[in-house]
Design a protein. Structure first.
Length: 529
């Protein structure tokens, strides 16, 4: 008997069709991966199971969980099932956790809501749940707060909350999207272990085929609110027939066409850069704590080159990036762009800063939603001594938008009117508008669906060929770095531990840390992509 059975599920929100004839099942101890791009309906399918749907929703069909007809139950009965019978792990742990409550209180809250037990017992069981997700008491006491943890540790707390009552079904909605490769591998291994230990069923929702290819028993592929293909994970990649499934698979292993590059003159030179942070004393007479974020980093980026910078969260990538952009002064060493220092004394060199731009991970969060695109893409004009005005300004906006595959008419729209991929194109247009020599791409495609990601990588390769751009590509997604860069730097604990041509580093990594990163990266089955 199925633990979860969805049959002919239809969902409308304010009359707009969202899901159509969705059917799938999950058995005890089984992992079912639900794959699809943003808007495919995979998260709404999960919310329909939990009955956590927005106002104006109308659902028909059947959603049966452990014999309970979820679409027919009143809210009071549903509240008893959520947490007890089904737990959920969300994509962004920081927003799923309460910043002013300790991790022990938050895990115990799940128990106290559902069971009439003393608080001391709830806290003891919270401790047990945290131990199960590999947050031991000696390093992670119940009194710690979310801001004191890393992203992967926060996600473990969210998982502990979801499994505290040992539910029969666990729903994981993009639980590893924002995590670096080793942390992602650890979280996926943890979820798999918990499923096997408890005999839970798990619905694993993701947009990345590689993430579930090694852990799922069954795979369900969704497009536009419908299931277009499903089957056993072991054979689906060889037997898939639907054009959308094949397109997703092709995009997962997409490598953009890039022009072969001859060696160029040095553009960016980083020499012996050191950046330390002094934290407040923990006691009145104690010594201040010093964090060595960047430890004597040196490298050269040639003009026209695409250089990858990879490493786990906390390795110093972001600190180094801020220093290169002139946003953070270093204690030792030098950073020069085309021979000119990024800092003059203690002040950032404005003439150098205007020759560098950055594209961020979250395009929506990096824009002011109250301004039109025309104003958003011209933000870098403040770096110019004489920014263009009038017809010259309009021409610059049009040229930037056309170069990234948009139209001049798009400048009159607001950022919420665009998809995620279009927003990232606008972010690239903003970086291009003052014609910089160097563009730093900070996790610029990490949050995008695989097909959109492939389009943006093609765009970056095309722009590099047309305008001779130089890229510093920072990412935790090793497949992306391999497809778009000429050389790669591997950073660990503030130091560059390996560097070299991209193919050499990936095919024959020399440092143990590089080998660990490459081994942890999710991969499609051998010979598929």
């Amino acid at each position: 008997m199925n633990l979860l059975r969805i049959a002919g599920l239809n969902l409308d929100i304010h009359g707009t069709p969202i899901l159509r004839d969705v059917s799938l099942s999950v058995d005890p101890g089984q992992i079912v991966g639900v794959i699809g791009e943003s808007g495919s309906g995979k998260s709404m399918t999960a919310f329909a199971v939990m009955q956590l749907l927005p106002n104006g929703s109308a659902a028909t069909g059947r959603v049966t969980l452990s014999g309970h007809e979820m679409l027919e139950l009143p809210e009071r009965a549903l509240c008893k099932l959520r947490g007890n019978e089904v737990g959920m792990v969300f994509q962004e742990p920081m927003t799923a956790l309460n910043p002013i409550r300790s991790i022990g209180q938050q895990v115990a809250e799940t128990i106290l809501i559902h069971e009439d037990v003393p608080k001391s017992e709830a806290m003891a069981r919270a401790r047990e749940a945290l131990n199960r997700v590999e947050l031991p008491e000696d390093r992670f006491p119940l009194t710690r707060y979310p801001h004191e943890l890393s992203g992967g540790q926060r996600q473990r707390v969210v998982i502990a909350m979801a499994i505290a009552l040992r539910p029969k079904l666990l729903i994981a909605d993009e639980p590893t999207t924002a995590l670096d490769v080793t942390t992602q591998a650890q979280i996926l291994a943890l979820l798999t272990r918990l499923v096997r230990e408890d005999g839970m069923g798990m619905l694993m929702i993701t947009h990345d085929l590689a993430v579930v290819s090694g852990m799922a028993d069954e795979i369900v592929i969704m497009q536009n609110g419908r299931v277009v293909e499903s089957g056993p994970a072991a054979t689906l990649f060889e037997t898939m027939q639907h054009p959308y499934s094949k397109a997703l698979l092709a995009a997962s292993g997409h490598v953009p066409d890039r022009v072969d590059r001859d060696g160029g003159a040095p553009l960016l030179e980083v020499r012996g850069v050191v950046r330390d942070y002094r934290l407040p004393r923990k006691t009145l007479f104690g010594a201040p704590v010093v964090i060595h974020a960047v430890k004597g980093v040196s490298f050269t980026l040639e003009r026209g080159e695409s250089l990858g910078l990879v490493g786990e969260s906390g390795c110093g990538k972001s600190t180094l990036t801020r220093a290169i952009l002139g946003l953070e002064e270093v204690q030792e060493g030098s950073i020069r762009l085309d021979g000119e220092p990024v800092f003059t004394g203690h002040t950032a060199n404005r003439a150098v800063r205007r020759r560098m731009q950055v594209v961020f991970q979250d395009p929506y969060g990096s824009f002011n939603p109250r301004h039109r695109v025309s104003r958003l893409v011209t933000e870098p004009f403040h770096l110019l001594d004489t920014p263009p005005t009038g017809a010259e300004r309009e021409a610059a906006i049009d040229e930037a938008l056309i170069s990234v595959g948009l139209t001049p008419a798009d400048k009159e729209k607001y950022i919420h009117e665009f998809s995620g991929g279009q927003r990232q194109r606008i972010a690239i247009a903003r970086a291009l508008i003052i014609k910089p020599d160097l563009i730093i791409l900070d996790e610029a495609v990490s949050a995008l669906d695989v097909q959109v990601r492939a389009q943006i990588l093609d765009l970056l390769a095309d722009l590099s060929a047309r305008f001779g751009l130089t890229y510093l590509f920072i990412s935790h997604d090793l497949s992306v770095v391999r497809s778009i860069t000429d050389r790669v730097l591997v950073m660990k604990s503030g130091e560059i531990v390996e560097e070299g041509p991209t193919e050499r580093v990936f095919d024959a990594p020399r440092h143990a840390y590089t080998q660990e990163l490459i081994a942890a990266a999710p991969k499609l089955p051998e010979g598929v992509a």
